[in-house]
Design a protein around this ligand. Structure first.
Ligand code: AMP
Length: 287
C-alpha cells in the first residue's frame, strides 16, 4: 500500500480532470517524464521546470516498448514510495503513475518511427528504442498537454528525437534541456548505476574522463580523433569496460564525423558496457 501526500493519478481520465482544473486557474504546466528510481538528475529537471512554469507534473512509468528483448525492463528499479516522497519534498503538484494496461491497453495499429533521427549512436545500438520512446512520450504529451517539458542532456539523442517529433507534428510545447548531474568523481548519475559492482563503479568515471580528454584534444586543434579513440579502447578493456560507441557527432541527427571542422557544434558521446550495464554520457562542444 503506497502512502503519498503528493497527488498521484493512475488513470488518464483522472489526470485530465486534475490538469484541466490547473489550466482553468491559468497555471502554466511543466512536465518531467521519468521511469522513476528518482535521483538528483531527475530532481534538477523538476527544479528547472519550476523556474519556467507554475506547476510541475512528473510521470513515473517504466515504458516496456523502449526496452529491447534482452534489456532490463523487468529488473528496472521501482522504488515508488521513495520516489513519491522525493516528489513531495520538491513541490511536485501531481505524479502520473499509470500501469502498462492504461497506456497500452488499446490495440496498437499505428506506428511512430524515429527514422533518420535514430540511425546513429544509441539509435544504432538499440534498434526500436527511440520508436518506443516516441510512442510513450507522444501519449504522455497528449495526456498532460504541458506548456514546457524538461529532459536531461544525459540522454541527448533522446532529446533531439523528441524535439524533432514536437516540431514535425506541430505540438504546442517547448522542450527544454537541463544539464547532466554528476557524482563527485564525474560519473553521470543514472538509475542504472545501482547495478554496478564496486569495481565497475570505480572504472565507470573513465567514460566521462575520456570525453573530457577528447574535448581537450579537439580544443588543442586536433582534427583527426581516430588515433585517440583507438588508443582508448584498449584502456577501457583493461578497466573491464567495453566500448559500444565513442564518437564526435553532429547534432541533431548525431551523424558521427571523422574530421573535426572549425566553428561547429559537436556532441562528444560515448556508451560503454560494464558487464550487462550500459552507461552513456556526452559533452557539448563548439570548435
Ligand atoms: P529516466 O528516468 O532515466 O528515463 O530519465 C528521465 C529524465 O531524466 C530524462 O530526461 C533523462 O535525460 C533525465 N536524466 C537522467 N539522468 C540524468 C542526469 N544525471 N542528469 C540530468 N538529467 C538526467
Amino acid at each position: 500500500m503506497i502512502k503519498s501526500r503528493v497527488k498521484v493519478t493512475r488513470t488518464i481520465a483522472d489526470s485530465r480532470k486534475a490538469i484541466g482544473k490547473m489550466r482553468e486557474s491559468g497555471l502554466k504546466i511543466g512536465f518531467v517524464p521519468t521511469m522513476g528510481a528518482l535521483h538528483l538528475g531527475h530532481i534538477s529537471l523538476i527544479q528547472k521546470a519550476k523556474e519556467l512554469v507554475d506547476v510541475v507534473i512528473v510521470s513515473i512509468f517504466v515504458n516496456p516498448t523502449q526496452f529491447g528483448p534482452r534489456e532490463d525492463f523487468s529488473s528496472y528499479p521501482r522504488p515508488l514510495q521513495k520516489d513519491l516522497e522525493l516528489c513531495e519534498e520538491h513541490d511536485v503538484s501531481m505524479v502520473f503513475h499509470p500501469d502498462v494496461d492504461e497506456m497500452y491497453g488499446e490495440e496498437n495499429l499505428i506506428d511512430i518511427k524515429a527514422g533518420e533521427m535514430a540511425k546513429y549512436l544509441c539509435g544504432k545500438s538499440r534498434p526500436d528504442h527511440f520508436d518506443g520512446v516516441l510512442q510513450v512520450v507522444n501519449k504522455l504529451f497528449n495526456i498532460i498537454r504541458p506548456d514546457v517539458a524538461v529532459f536531461g542532456q544525459k540522454d541527448i539523442q533522446q532529446l533531439y528525437v523528441i524535439r524533432q517529433m514536437v516540431s514535425e507534428f506541430k505540438m504546442d510545447l517547448d522542450v527544454v534541456m537541463a544539464p547532466t548531474k554528476r557524482e563527485s568523481d564525474g560519473l553521470a548519475i543514472s538509475s542504472r548505476n545501482v547495478y554496478l559492482t564496486s569495481s565497475q563503479r570505480k572504472s565507470a568515471p573513465f567514460l566521462y574522463q575520456t570525453l573530457c580528454d577528447l574535448a581537450d584534444l579537439i580544443k588543442s586543434g586536433q582534427e583527426d580523433i581516430q588515433p585517440f579513440i583507438r588508443s582508448r579502447s584498449a584502456e577501457f578493456k583493461e578497466k573491464g569496460l567495453i566500448i559500444d560507441y565513442l564518437s564526435c557527432a553532429e547534432p541533431p541527427r548525431m551523424v558521427p564525423v571523422s574530421r573535426i571542422k572549425k566553428n561547429r557544434d559537436y556532441i562528444l558521446a560515448g556508451a560503454v558496457f560494464a558487464g550487462d550495464t550500459r552507461l552513456i554520457d556526452n559533452l557539448i562542444i563548439h570548435t
